[in-house]
Design a protein around this ligand. Sequence first.
Ligand code: BGC
Length: 367
Amino acid sequence: MTKSNRTVNRIAILILAAMLALPAAGCNPLTRIKGWGARALEKQKSAVLIGLCMDTLQEERWQKDRDMFVARAKELGAQVLVTEAAGDDELQNKQAENLITQGVDVLVVVPHNGVTAASIVEKAHKAGIKVIAYDRLINDSEPDLYISFDGERVGFLQADYLLDRQPTGNFVWLAGAPTDFNAHLFKKGNARALKPFIDRGDVKIVFEDWVEDWKPENARRLTENALTRNRDNVQAVIAPNDGTAGGIIQALKARNLSGKVLVSGQDADLAACQRVVEGTQSMTVYKPIHALSRAAAEITVAVARGEDISARINNAVNNNKIDVPSVLIPPIQVDKDNMMATVIKDGFHSYDEVYRNVPFEKRPPKN
Ligand code: BGC
Protein backbone atom coordinates (compact mmCIF):
# COMPACT_ATOMS: atom_id res chain seq x y z
CA MET A 1 0.00 0.00 0.00
CA THR A 2 1.35 3.42 -0.95
CA LYS A 3 1.83 6.12 1.63
CA SER A 4 -1.04 8.17 0.19
CA ASN A 5 -3.34 5.12 0.18
CA ARG A 6 -2.49 4.49 3.81
CA THR A 7 -3.37 8.10 4.63
CA VAL A 8 -6.70 7.84 2.80
CA ASN A 9 -7.45 4.62 4.68
CA ARG A 10 -6.59 6.21 7.99
CA ILE A 11 -8.87 9.17 7.25
CA ALA A 12 -11.69 6.80 6.26
CA ILE A 13 -11.29 4.90 9.53
CA LEU A 14 -11.35 8.16 11.47
CA ILE A 15 -14.51 9.32 9.67
CA LEU A 16 -16.18 5.95 10.32
CA ALA A 17 -15.20 6.07 13.98
CA ALA A 18 -16.57 9.60 14.25
CA MET A 19 -19.83 8.55 12.57
CA LEU A 20 -20.21 5.62 14.95
CA ALA A 21 -19.54 7.88 17.91
CA LEU A 22 -21.97 10.59 16.81
CA PRO A 23 -25.37 9.07 17.63
CA ALA A 24 -24.11 8.00 21.02
CA ALA A 25 -22.92 11.47 21.95
CA GLY A 26 -26.47 12.73 22.33
CA CYS A 27 -27.70 10.05 24.69
CA ASN A 28 -24.83 8.55 26.62
CA PRO A 29 -23.88 10.89 29.46
CA LEU A 30 -20.36 9.49 29.61
CA THR A 31 -19.69 10.08 25.94
CA ARG A 32 -20.85 13.64 26.48
CA ILE A 33 -17.98 14.53 28.71
CA LYS A 34 -15.21 12.91 26.65
CA GLY A 35 -13.07 15.06 24.42
CA TRP A 36 -13.69 18.36 26.15
CA GLY A 37 -10.10 19.31 25.51
CA ALA A 38 -10.45 21.60 22.48
CA ARG A 39 -10.31 25.01 24.13
CA ALA A 40 -8.42 23.67 27.01
CA LEU A 41 -4.97 22.50 26.07
CA GLU A 42 -3.63 26.01 26.14
CA LYS A 43 -5.17 26.33 29.63
CA GLN A 44 -2.64 23.84 30.96
CA LYS A 45 -0.20 26.66 31.23
CA SER A 46 -2.26 29.83 31.69
CA ALA A 47 -4.25 30.64 34.84
CA VAL A 48 -7.79 29.26 35.09
CA LEU A 49 -10.66 31.66 35.79
CA ILE A 50 -13.84 30.18 37.28
CA GLY A 51 -17.23 31.85 37.76
CA LEU A 52 -19.19 30.66 40.81
CA CYS A 53 -22.72 31.93 40.37
CA MET A 54 -24.61 31.32 43.61
CA ASP A 55 -28.27 31.70 44.46
CA THR A 56 -28.17 32.52 48.14
CA LEU A 57 -26.17 32.57 51.33
CA GLN A 58 -29.34 32.28 53.46
CA GLU A 59 -28.37 28.91 54.93
CA GLU A 60 -25.11 28.53 56.83
CA ARG A 61 -23.97 25.74 54.48
CA TRP A 62 -23.62 28.00 51.44
CA GLN A 63 -20.91 30.05 53.09
CA LYS A 64 -18.97 26.84 53.66
CA ASP A 65 -19.58 25.81 50.05
CA ARG A 66 -18.25 29.12 48.80
CA ASP A 67 -15.24 29.32 51.10
CA MET A 68 -14.13 25.72 50.60
CA PHE A 69 -14.64 25.80 46.83
CA VAL A 70 -12.64 28.99 46.48
CA ALA A 71 -9.85 27.74 48.77
CA ARG A 72 -9.43 24.43 46.90
CA ALA A 73 -9.54 26.14 43.50
CA LYS A 74 -6.84 28.57 44.66
CA GLU A 75 -4.64 25.70 45.82
CA LEU A 76 -4.93 24.33 42.30
CA GLY A 77 -3.87 27.65 40.81
CA ALA A 78 -7.29 28.92 39.73
CA GLN A 79 -9.00 32.20 40.45
CA VAL A 80 -12.72 32.29 41.32
CA LEU A 81 -15.18 35.14 40.77
CA VAL A 82 -18.19 34.69 43.07
CA THR A 83 -21.66 36.21 42.71
CA GLU A 84 -24.74 35.84 44.93
CA ALA A 85 -28.28 36.63 43.77
CA ALA A 86 -30.23 36.49 47.07
CA GLY A 87 -33.01 34.45 45.50
CA ASP A 88 -33.57 36.80 42.54
CA ASP A 89 -33.79 34.94 39.20
CA GLU A 90 -33.30 37.99 37.03
CA LEU A 91 -30.32 39.15 39.03
CA GLN A 92 -28.76 35.69 38.86
CA ASN A 93 -29.14 35.67 35.07
CA LYS A 94 -27.47 39.08 34.83
CA GLN A 95 -24.66 38.03 37.11
CA ALA A 96 -24.09 34.92 35.00
CA GLU A 97 -23.98 37.03 31.83
CA ASN A 98 -21.45 39.25 33.49
CA LEU A 99 -19.24 36.30 34.41
CA ILE A 100 -19.47 35.07 30.82
CA THR A 101 -18.44 38.52 29.56
CA GLN A 102 -15.49 38.50 31.95
CA GLY A 103 -14.27 35.40 30.13
CA VAL A 104 -14.49 32.69 32.77
CA ASP A 105 -13.26 29.30 31.57
CA VAL A 106 -16.00 27.35 33.36
CA LEU A 107 -19.23 28.55 34.94
CA VAL A 108 -20.35 26.82 38.14
CA VAL A 109 -24.00 27.57 38.93
CA VAL A 110 -26.14 27.04 42.02
CA PRO A 111 -29.46 28.01 40.44
CA HIS A 112 -32.22 29.68 42.40
CA ASN A 113 -34.70 28.56 39.80
CA GLY A 114 -33.85 25.34 37.98
CA VAL A 115 -36.09 26.23 35.03
CA THR A 116 -35.18 29.86 34.31
CA ALA A 117 -31.48 29.06 34.78
CA ALA A 118 -31.65 27.05 31.54
CA SER A 119 -30.93 30.29 29.69
CA ILE A 120 -27.65 30.64 31.59
CA VAL A 121 -26.53 27.29 30.18
CA GLU A 122 -27.50 28.38 26.68
CA LYS A 123 -25.65 31.69 26.89
CA ALA A 124 -22.53 30.11 28.34
CA HIS A 125 -22.49 27.44 25.65
CA LYS A 126 -22.82 30.06 22.95
CA ALA A 127 -19.65 31.61 24.35
CA GLY A 128 -17.95 28.19 24.41
CA ILE A 129 -18.02 27.95 28.21
CA LYS A 130 -18.87 24.71 30.02
CA VAL A 131 -21.46 24.79 32.80
CA ILE A 132 -21.40 22.76 35.98
CA ALA A 133 -24.59 22.64 38.08
CA TYR A 134 -23.48 22.71 41.71
CA ASP A 135 -25.72 21.05 44.31
CA ARG A 136 -28.89 21.97 42.38
CA LEU A 137 -29.68 20.70 38.93
CA ILE A 138 -30.58 23.02 36.03
CA ASN A 139 -33.62 21.76 34.08
CA ASP A 140 -34.61 21.71 30.41
CA SER A 141 -31.08 22.41 29.19
CA GLU A 142 -27.78 20.66 28.65
CA PRO A 143 -25.49 21.41 31.58
CA ASP A 144 -22.18 19.62 31.13
CA LEU A 145 -22.07 18.17 34.62
CA TYR A 146 -24.03 17.99 37.86
CA ILE A 147 -22.29 17.57 41.17
CA SER A 148 -24.31 17.16 44.31
CA PHE A 149 -25.48 14.86 47.06
CA ASP A 150 -27.91 12.09 46.26
CA GLY A 151 -31.08 14.15 46.71
CA GLU A 152 -33.57 11.32 46.62
CA ARG A 153 -31.58 9.54 49.27
CA VAL A 154 -31.63 12.70 51.44
CA GLY A 155 -35.43 12.70 51.29
CA PHE A 156 -35.63 8.98 51.96
CA LEU A 157 -33.39 9.28 55.03
CA GLN A 158 -35.54 12.09 56.46
CA ALA A 159 -38.86 10.23 56.27
CA ASP A 160 -37.33 6.83 57.03
CA TYR A 161 -35.95 8.15 60.33
CA LEU A 162 -39.29 9.56 61.47
CA LEU A 163 -41.21 6.43 60.40
CA ASP A 164 -38.80 4.20 62.26
CA ARG A 165 -39.67 6.01 65.50
CA GLN A 166 -43.28 6.86 64.66
CA PRO A 167 -44.75 4.21 62.33
CA THR A 168 -48.33 5.38 62.86
CA GLY A 169 -50.19 8.66 63.24
CA ASN A 170 -50.74 12.06 61.67
CA PHE A 171 -47.87 13.51 59.64
CA VAL A 172 -47.38 17.04 58.31
CA TRP A 173 -45.38 16.92 55.07
CA LEU A 174 -43.52 20.07 54.07
CA ALA A 175 -41.33 20.18 50.97
CA GLY A 176 -38.73 22.81 50.02
CA ALA A 177 -38.97 25.62 47.46
CA PRO A 178 -40.88 24.41 44.39
CA THR A 179 -38.44 26.35 42.16
CA ASP A 180 -35.54 24.21 43.39
CA PHE A 181 -35.22 20.86 41.61
CA ASN A 182 -33.62 19.44 44.76
CA ALA A 183 -36.85 20.01 46.64
CA HIS A 184 -38.57 17.67 44.16
CA LEU A 185 -35.88 15.03 44.58
CA PHE A 186 -36.16 15.26 48.38
CA LYS A 187 -39.94 14.95 48.16
CA LYS A 188 -39.62 11.93 45.88
CA GLY A 189 -37.34 10.28 48.45
CA ASN A 190 -39.79 11.19 51.25
CA ALA A 191 -42.59 9.61 49.22
CA ARG A 192 -40.69 6.36 48.69
CA ALA A 193 -40.29 5.90 52.45
CA LEU A 194 -43.85 7.01 53.25
CA LYS A 195 -45.72 4.99 50.62
CA PRO A 196 -46.04 1.60 52.40
CA PHE A 197 -47.11 3.30 55.65
CA ILE A 198 -49.73 5.41 53.88
CA ASP A 199 -50.94 2.43 51.81
CA ARG A 200 -51.42 0.36 54.98
CA GLY A 201 -53.36 3.25 56.51
CA ASP A 202 -50.87 3.50 59.39
CA VAL A 203 -49.78 7.03 58.54
CA LYS A 204 -52.07 9.82 57.48
CA ILE A 205 -50.77 12.96 55.78
CA VAL A 206 -52.95 15.59 57.43
CA PHE A 207 -51.28 18.60 55.79
CA GLU A 208 -48.99 18.96 52.80
CA ASP A 209 -47.37 22.01 51.19
CA TRP A 210 -44.20 23.55 49.71
CA VAL A 211 -42.15 26.15 51.59
CA GLU A 212 -41.67 29.13 49.31
CA ASP A 213 -37.98 30.03 48.99
CA TRP A 214 -37.06 27.72 51.88
CA LYS A 215 -37.92 30.55 54.30
CA PRO A 216 -38.16 29.55 57.99
CA GLU A 217 -40.99 32.05 58.57
CA ASN A 218 -43.04 30.40 55.79
CA ALA A 219 -42.49 26.99 57.38
CA ARG A 220 -43.56 28.39 60.72
CA ARG A 221 -46.76 29.82 59.27
CA LEU A 222 -47.63 26.57 57.48
CA THR A 223 -47.04 24.56 60.65
CA GLU A 224 -49.30 26.88 62.64
CA ASN A 225 -52.04 26.30 60.05
CA ALA A 226 -51.48 22.54 60.12
CA LEU A 227 -51.68 22.42 63.91
CA THR A 228 -54.79 24.57 64.06
CA ARG A 229 -56.57 22.48 61.42
CA ASN A 230 -55.75 19.26 63.24
CA ARG A 231 -56.29 20.54 66.79
CA ASP A 232 -52.62 19.83 67.56
CA ASN A 233 -53.09 16.13 66.81
CA VAL A 234 -49.85 15.76 64.85
CA GLN A 235 -47.10 13.24 65.62
CA ALA A 236 -44.42 14.15 63.09
CA VAL A 237 -43.42 16.94 60.72
CA ILE A 238 -41.26 16.24 57.69
CA ALA A 239 -39.10 19.36 57.46
CA PRO A 240 -37.19 19.67 54.19
CA ASN A 241 -34.10 21.34 55.73
CA ASP A 242 -32.72 22.69 58.99
CA GLY A 243 -33.69 26.30 58.30
CA THR A 244 -37.35 25.36 57.88
CA ALA A 245 -37.10 22.95 60.84
CA GLY A 246 -36.20 26.01 62.92
CA GLY A 247 -39.45 27.72 61.89
CA ILE A 248 -41.47 24.55 62.48
CA ILE A 249 -40.01 24.10 65.97
CA GLN A 250 -40.90 27.69 66.87
CA ALA A 251 -44.52 26.93 65.93
CA LEU A 252 -44.41 23.73 68.01
CA LYS A 253 -42.86 25.57 70.99
CA ALA A 254 -45.65 28.13 70.99
CA ARG A 255 -48.07 25.23 71.63
CA ASN A 256 -45.89 23.38 74.06
CA LEU A 257 -45.29 20.61 71.56
CA SER A 258 -41.58 20.92 70.88
CA GLY A 259 -39.68 17.74 71.76
CA LYS A 260 -42.98 15.81 71.59
CA VAL A 261 -43.52 15.98 67.81
CA LEU A 262 -40.80 14.45 65.63
CA VAL A 263 -39.12 16.83 63.18
CA SER A 264 -36.60 16.06 60.44
CA GLY A 265 -34.11 18.35 58.67
CA GLN A 266 -30.97 18.45 56.57
CA ASP A 267 -27.69 20.36 56.33
CA ALA A 268 -26.35 19.78 59.85
CA ASP A 269 -26.47 23.54 60.48
CA LEU A 270 -24.97 24.38 63.88
CA ALA A 271 -28.34 25.53 65.30
CA ALA A 272 -29.93 22.28 64.10
CA CYS A 273 -27.19 20.10 65.57
CA GLN A 274 -27.73 21.89 68.88
CA ARG A 275 -31.47 21.25 68.67
CA VAL A 276 -30.80 17.58 67.89
CA VAL A 277 -28.65 17.03 70.99
CA GLU A 278 -31.09 19.10 73.07
CA GLY A 279 -34.05 17.01 71.85
CA THR A 280 -36.26 19.50 69.95
CA GLN A 281 -35.25 18.32 66.46
CA SER A 282 -35.15 14.55 65.89
CA MET A 283 -32.55 14.34 63.16
CA THR A 284 -30.71 16.09 60.40
CA VAL A 285 -29.07 14.85 57.22
CA TYR A 286 -25.39 15.64 57.20
CA LYS A 287 -24.03 16.46 53.79
CA PRO A 288 -20.23 16.71 54.03
CA ILE A 289 -19.76 20.04 52.27
CA HIS A 290 -15.97 19.69 52.26
CA ALA A 291 -16.31 16.56 50.07
CA LEU A 292 -18.68 18.31 47.66
CA SER A 293 -16.86 21.62 47.36
CA ARG A 294 -13.45 19.98 47.10
CA ALA A 295 -14.53 17.54 44.42
CA ALA A 296 -16.34 20.32 42.55
CA ALA A 297 -13.31 22.61 42.59
CA GLU A 298 -10.99 19.83 41.42
CA ILE A 299 -13.33 18.76 38.64
CA THR A 300 -13.95 22.35 37.53
CA VAL A 301 -10.25 23.10 37.25
CA ALA A 302 -9.69 19.80 35.43
CA VAL A 303 -12.49 20.65 32.98
CA ALA A 304 -10.97 24.08 32.37
CA ARG A 305 -7.66 22.40 31.61
CA GLY A 306 -9.25 19.87 29.29
CA GLU A 307 -8.39 16.90 31.45
CA ASP A 308 -10.38 13.68 31.36
CA ILE A 309 -12.75 13.58 34.34
CA SER A 310 -14.80 10.55 33.27
CA ALA A 311 -13.40 8.44 36.11
CA ARG A 312 -15.11 10.77 38.61
CA ILE A 313 -18.59 10.47 37.07
CA ASN A 314 -20.68 8.00 39.06
CA ASN A 315 -24.22 8.71 37.92
CA ALA A 316 -26.59 10.38 35.47
CA VAL A 317 -29.63 12.43 36.49
CA ASN A 318 -32.41 13.36 34.10
CA ASN A 319 -33.29 17.07 33.98
CA ASN A 320 -36.34 16.73 31.67
CA LYS A 321 -34.09 17.08 28.63
CA ILE A 322 -31.00 14.90 28.96
CA ASP A 323 -29.32 12.52 31.38
CA VAL A 324 -26.78 14.89 32.89
CA PRO A 325 -23.44 13.23 33.76
CA SER A 326 -23.34 13.46 37.53
CA VAL A 327 -21.14 13.08 40.54
CA LEU A 328 -23.32 12.20 43.53
CA ILE A 329 -22.03 12.02 47.09
CA PRO A 330 -23.90 9.94 49.70
CA PRO A 331 -25.58 11.87 52.56
CA ILE A 332 -25.54 10.69 56.19
CA GLN A 333 -28.46 10.39 58.65
CA VAL A 334 -27.55 12.04 61.96
CA ASP A 335 -29.25 12.08 65.35
CA LYS A 336 -28.04 12.57 68.91
CA ASP A 337 -26.59 9.02 69.00
CA ASN A 338 -24.14 9.43 66.11
CA MET A 339 -23.49 13.18 66.33
CA MET A 340 -20.04 12.51 67.83
CA ALA A 341 -19.11 9.91 65.19
CA THR A 342 -20.10 12.09 62.23
CA VAL A 343 -20.43 15.87 62.40
CA ILE A 344 -18.00 16.30 65.30
CA LYS A 345 -15.48 13.65 64.20
CA ASP A 346 -15.26 15.37 60.81
CA GLY A 347 -14.74 18.77 62.44
CA PHE A 348 -17.87 20.08 60.67
CA HIS A 349 -18.75 21.65 64.05
CA SER A 350 -16.85 21.47 67.30
CA TYR A 351 -17.96 19.50 70.37
CA ASP A 352 -18.10 22.70 72.43
CA GLU A 353 -20.33 24.46 69.92
CA VAL A 354 -22.77 21.57 69.47
CA TYR A 355 -23.16 20.77 73.20
CA ARG A 356 -23.00 24.41 74.34
CA ASN A 357 -26.49 24.33 75.89
CA VAL A 358 -26.33 20.78 77.25
CA PRO A 359 -25.40 20.46 80.97
CA PHE A 360 -21.91 18.90 81.40
CA GLU A 361 -23.22 15.78 83.13
CA LYS A 362 -25.52 15.05 80.20
CA ARG A 363 -22.88 15.39 77.48
CA PRO A 364 -21.17 12.35 75.96
CA PRO A 365 -17.47 11.90 76.78
CA LYS A 366 -15.36 14.23 74.67
CA ASN A 367 -13.07 11.52 73.23
C1 BGC B 1 -29.96 22.41 49.28
C2 BGC B 1 -30.12 22.40 50.77
C3 BGC B 1 -30.49 23.80 51.27
C4 BGC B 1 -31.65 24.38 50.45
C5 BGC B 1 -31.94 25.82 50.80
C6 BGC B 1 -31.20 22.97 48.63
O1 BGC B 1 -31.08 22.98 47.25
O2 BGC B 1 -29.68 21.10 48.82
O3 BGC B 1 -28.94 21.96 51.38
O4 BGC B 1 -30.84 23.79 52.60
O5 BGC B 1 -31.37 24.29 49.08
O6 BGC B 1 -30.89 26.64 50.43
